[in-house]
Write a protein that binds this ligand. Structure first.
Ligand code: HEM
Length: 120
């Protein structure tokens, strides 16, 4: 019997995209971090973030953006900013009724990129 992947439990790429759209609504409403996204093409950002989360949760999806260090290089992102963004993702997942255990797994996966993103 094959186990469902986290990607499948999240509902696949369309559901993940809906979560990511909600996630960036939270990000854009947060004055601690929204300046970073002022000149960013958010449609492209949502597309790449959806691919990224799909790929790291075991989905058959190719991530076509930059690697995490290159994507955030020179931004001077701090640890509190990193955790603010991670919290917004957690909140968006919770709004889509993703159970706590799966939310924790997604957040652990994301936290593994902290070193590449913070202070890059
Ligand atoms: C929490 C973990 C994070 C993940 C998984 C993540 C993921 C990503 C991804 C997939 C991209 C797209 C790269 C591309 O299009 O090539 C991106 C770009 C970006 N990220 Fe993050 N990110 C994270 C944290 C942050 C934080 C904390 C900030 C700022 C406070 C931030 C600001 C940005 C900005 C401004 C871009 C757009 C770069 C551009 O297109 O010019 N990210 N991120």
């Amino acid at each position: 019997m094959s186990e469902e992947t986290l990607y499948e439990r999240l509902g696949g790429e369309d559901s993940i995209e809906a979560v990511v759209e909600r996630f960036y609504e939270h990000v854009m409403a947060d004055d601690l971090v929204n300046d970073y996204f002022e000149d960013v093409d958010m449609q492209r950002q949502i597309a790449h973030q959806t691919q990224f989360i799909s790929a790291v949760t075991g989905g058959p999806v190719e991530y076509t953006g930059e690697d995490m260090r290159t994507a955030h290089e020179g931004m001077g992102i701090t640890e509190p900013e990193f955790y603010a963004i991670a919290d917004h993702l957690d909140a968006a997942l919770a709004e889509f009724d993703v159970p706590e255990e799966d939310r924790e797994t997604v957040l652990e996966e994301i936290a593994s990129y902290e070193e590449a993103i913070v202070g890059a």
